[in-house]
Ligand binder design. Sequence first.
Ligand code: GLU
Length: 282
Amino acid sequence: MKIMRSLLAASAAMVLTASLSACVSDEAAEAGPAGGDSDTITIGIKFDQPGLGLREGSDYTGFDVEVAKYVAKELGYEGDKVVFKESVSAQRETLIESGQVKLIFATYSITDARKEKVSFGGPYFIAGQDLLVSADNSDITGPESLNGKKLCSVAGSTPAEKIKKEYAQQVDLQEYDSYSKCVQELSAGSVDAVTTDNVILAGFAAQQQYAGKLKLVGAPFSEERYGVGLKKGDTELCGKVNDAITKMIDSGEWQKAIDNTVGPSGFEVDTATNPPKPDTCS
Ligand code: GLU
């Protein structure tokens, strides 16, 4: 009985703590237009894309993270005033529309469909859709050679949309919520290929646990212009973001960030399209 009572007390305490912490995070989420309270800014990034947006404990690394920090600093937020929130591909528009994040730097391609719900600063990087296969694969050379193959991509992403639109008849597309899961499936042999932007795939291929096991096909078949997601119609914020990006590029910090984050994977940035010039805000 005594044990029972203390168990009950313990579980009541747990419920209480859970609901208290739910209150706290709800409040933070509702902090509204700032996407954080007045002296912090909440920024959406990926948590599992090496070289772009990666969380390891309390460390955040990658090119998206570097551009996010630079822009945040220009907006007046530094150090622990910048709060990162995971933003998986399918959640990005919702996170912005609901005010849970102020800005998103998450390999987020600028598209007309997305522009119906959010606005974009940038672009700050140009990538292209590609395929990742096992190192000994020789029959997959591009999207046309995916006949009857199992292909993994992420729900709510432009690469998955492109496959559904243009190659749906031939390809068995499986959708997950993150590319890290797709890459695990590929390495386990349960899918034949993973598709998303070349720079993302290169980051995974270079990870120690996949070294020598995976390779990029290396024939990009789309143009992915990475923008900074923000509330639809906020041209003032968009203008500030673009000024910051331009400053980052002109000062050489953009190139330094590329070299330190994307560089180690061996990925070669297309200098014909990079660094890009931000679009006009609308
Ligand atoms: N850049 C593409 C997109 O915005 C693919 C990468 C991603 O899903 O984050 O959908």
